[in-house]
Design a protein around this ligand. Structure first.
Ligand code: ZN
Length: 281
């Protein structure tokens, strides 16, 4: 057996395990959800359509090319393959994609409430803000286009009236981001029931964003130079009118609990981080 094949066996087993956890945690009902991972040779390994993700076996997985055409497997690839392909096309470094319908974060997605407040250090560091991608009919290009709009700047998205999507450089990290989003949504919901979240300060958020480098975290937004040149398309997306990469933080100089809120774009965060780094030198 070649190392490549051993590696693929491992990935099949990992997808089975992640499907089991998604189901066990109630992140999917019935045959919902899908998982994919890049294989060598411009191929993807994806969950099959029409099966419960809680009861899969390694042999059920489907291999496709990078346009979603089936190359091997007894079953058909995930019906949401287009959404996965949109991620891989736009993020060459991404290796795995997880999609599920966790009830609390999907509730935020259905209510049109993005998880874009700087509340928890862990979330600011690993995911940043979690925007809502516009509604698109599942399994169509419409949904893939909605994902494309945000995926270059975010590793976790809510999908309007649908669910959530997370991406990473490996299968388990992508799954853990799904856990983080759902956990954050639950905490946010409780905080709102208790009178509302108290936001982290602008200074604290820039400090936390600065830590991402130290931990080798490239998400959520690509770190753009303070004055990106016009050809930097990744940075351009952060300037889009809809401002997909914004995060609500407490105003400058304020501690926790100030009522006033400001919107800080990732561009502004980037400048803050650059300033902080300069001061360290
Ligand atoms: Zn779905």
């Amino acid at each position: 057996m070649t190392t490549g094949m051993q590696h693929e066996e491992r990935l099949r087993a990992d997808i089975v395990e992640i499907g089991r956890r998604l189901h066990e945690r109630g992140y999917v009902a019935s045959n919902d959800g899908n998982i994919s991972v890049r294989l060598e040779g411009e191929r993807l390994l994806t969950t099959p359509t029409g099966v419960s993700k809680g009861f899969m076996t390694p042999d059920m997985m489907v291999t496709t090319d990078m346009s979603g055409q089936k190359l091997a497997g007894d079953r058909n690839p995930s019906s949401e393959i287009l959404m996965h392909l949109a991620v891989y096309e736009n993020r060459p470094e991404i290796v795995a994609v997880v999609h599920a319908h966790p009830p609390t974060s999907t509730g935020f997605a259905a209510a049109g409430v993005p998880l874009d407040k700087a509340v928890l250090a862990e979330v600011v560091t690993t995911l940043g803000s979690i925007p809502i991608a516009d509604y698109g009919t599942p399994s169509t290009n419409e949904l893939a286009d909605a994902v494309r709009e945000h995926i270059r700047a975010h590793d976790g998205l809510l999908l309007a009236n649908h669910g959530a999507l997370t991406v990473a450089d490996a299968l388990f990290p992508a799954y853990y981001k799904m856990e983080t989003i759902e956990h954050f949504a639950k905490i946010s919901l409780v905080a709102r029931q208790l009178g509302g979240e108290r936001l982290l300060s602008r200074e604290e958020v820039s400090r936390l964003q600065g830590l991402r480098d130290r931990y080798g975290i490239t998400a959520p937004a690509p770190i753009c130079p303070p004055e990106p040149d016009a050809s930097d398309s990744d940075c351009q997306t952060l300037d889009a009118p809809s401002v997909p990469g914004t995060q609500l933080v407490a105003p400058s100089g304020a501690g926790l609990g100030d009522d006033e809120q400001i919107r800080l774009t990732y561009r502004e965060l980037t400048v803050l981080i650059a300033d902080a780094v300069k001061q360290l030198r």
